[in-house]
Each structure stands twice: as structure tokens, then as C-alpha cells.
Design a binder for this molecule. Structure first.
Ligand code: ATP
Length: 239
């Protein structure tokens, strides 16, 4: 197992949002975390990426439980989050944004950094074409590609993607999923995909978990064994 989240309770102030959530991600697996608005998916990604400490439960990487995880420690350990809302720094160029993601390997200073940059440009050629443009001038889909590209510059072992489809046209979503599929096939990169709607993510992922009101209420049994329509509906809407 790359990631093992076990019995995580977490929240903000005096309120718990997650009430004992457990899920796992194996080598090279794409795992979906599905659930309606407000279910706690983003909070779960904050815990896994080290931004929010669990009040109870553990997050283990490669079989070792992490004490006092921090975002920089998680990135060093190979876990990188692409946050919701394709956040890029609009006042910096595409290339500068990509350099921000270079955690250990610096393009221009380190051959491994140059190689990573070439890999990102190969995956998203539009970013190479626009490398000297301000990120604010990119379309929403291109900004999402930039956010993913920036995460790849840290050479992750596990990529966390919080609602990569949010606000994007279906054709752009298709394109992004196609590139994610390439990353999975060619690099064996493990991923956690958080999505609100089940269709695209369930098709893509090896396994999915459904979160409702801070608890995992359904999970697919194994790779290639998707949840039934009924159990998905019950998990989303209760009953
Ligand atoms: P969405 O699909 O809208 O992103 P989500 O499943 O990701 O939803 P979260 O964003 O994790 O859900 O939110 C779960 C609950 O935690 C909500 O009730 C939300 O209001 C609350 N919450 C989220 N962030 C904070 C915060 N920083 N401070 C206080 N409460 C928060």
C-alpha cells in the first residue's frame, strides 16, 4: 500500500467534519473519492496532504504512520495535491508557475529538473507553447493543466486531485482525464481523484469510495467491480 488512511477524525474549530474515515491506495492505483457537496472530500485531502492534522486516526505512507505531517513533509514523501479550483499564480508566467512546483529538481540547474519540465511539456504541449505567457491569460482548462503540471514537477508518487473537472467543459474534462490515464499507464503514477459526479470518475478509477457526511458509506469491492447505480444513489442521498 502506498497510502493507508485509518479511522481519521478531523475538522475545524470545535466541529468534526470527518468521523473516522478509512481508505487505501495501492501501487499504481487510481482511487476515486466521491460524494456530494459538503461531504468532507476536500477536508480529507487536506488531511492526506498534511495541511490539517487528524484528531484521531493515522495516515501511513508505505506502511509507516506519519506523526505531525506537514505539507512540505508530504511533498518530500511524494504526495502532492492539486487543489480544487485550478489555482495558479496569475501574475507569473506558465514557466514560473512550473518552477514553483520544482521541489528538489530545478530546471536550468539540475538535469532531472529539465527532464521533468520536458515531461510536463510532452504531456501538455499547450504549456510549452504558452510558457512565457502569464498564467492569468490561460483558459480554465489550461490552468488546470498547469496546476497538474506544477504538481508533476515535484515528481510525485501519489497525486491527489481535488475535483479536477470542476467548472470545465466536458470536452476539456475528457482531455484532462486522457492525460491522467497516460500518466497512469506510462508512469504507473498512483492517484486519488475527488469528484462530485460519479460517472467519469467511476469509469476511470480502479476502485471508488463514497463519502457522505464525513463517513465512507460505500466502496467498490475490487478493481473492475464498480458500485451499482442503486448503492451509489443510496450513498449520495441516504436511505
Ligand atoms: P465540496 O464538493 O463543496 O468541495 P467537500 O465534500 O469537499 O465539498 P469540504 O469542503 O471538506 O466538503 O467541507 C465539509 C464541511 O466542512 C462543510 O460543512 C464545510 O462548511 C466545512 N468546512 C470546510 N472548510 C472549512 C474551514 N476552513 N473552516 C470551517 N469549516 C470548514
Amino acid at each position: 500500500m502506498i497510502l493507508d488512511v485509518n479511522g481519521v477524525r478531523a475538522g475545524y474549530g470545535g466541529t468534526d467534519v470527518l468521523h473516522g474515515v478509512s481508505f487505501r491506495v495501492g501501487e499504481g492505483e487510481a482511487v476515486g473519492i466521491l460524494g456530494a457537496n459538503g461531504a468532507g472530500k476536500t477536508t480529507l485531502m487536506r488531511v492526506v496532504s498534511g495541511q490539517l492534522s487528524p484528531r484521531e486516526g493515522t495516515v501511513s505512507l508505505g506502511g509507516r504512520a506519519l506523526r505531525r505531517a506537514s505539507p512540505s513533509r508530504m511533498v518530500r514523501s511524494g504526495v502532492v495535491l492539486v487543489a480544487e479550483g485550478h489555482e495558479v499564480v496569475g501574475t507569473l508566467t506558465v514557466l514560473e508557475n512550473l518552477r514553483l512546483g520544482a521541489f528538489r529538481f530545478w530546471p536550468g540547474k539540475d538535469p532531472a529538473g529539465d527532464e521533468l519540465l520536458e515531461e510536463v511539456f510532452d504531456l501538455f504541449p499547450i504549456l510549452a507553447d504558452r510558457r512565457h505567457q502569464l498564467a492569468s491569460l490561460l483558459s480554465g482548462g489550461q490552468q488546470q493543466m498547469l496546476a497538474i503540471g506544477r504538481a508533476l514537477m515535484a515528481r510525485p508518487q501519489l497525486l491527489l486531485l481535488d475535483e479536477p473537472s470542476l467548472g470545465l467543459a466536458p470536452i476539456v474534462v475528457e482531455e484532462i482525464y486522457e492525460r491522467l490515464d497516460r500518466l497512469r499507464r506510462e508512469k504507473g503514477l498512483a492517484m486519488v481523484l475527488v469528484e462530485q459526479s460519479s460517472g467519469r470518475a467511476t469509469d476511470f478509477c480502479d476502485r471508488v469510495y463514497v463519502v457522505r457526511l464525513g463517513e465512507v458509506v460505500a466502496e467498490s469491492a475490487a478493481a473492475g467491480a464498480p458500485l451499482s447505480e442503486e448503492s451509489l444513489k443510496a450513498a449520495y442521498f441516504g436511505g
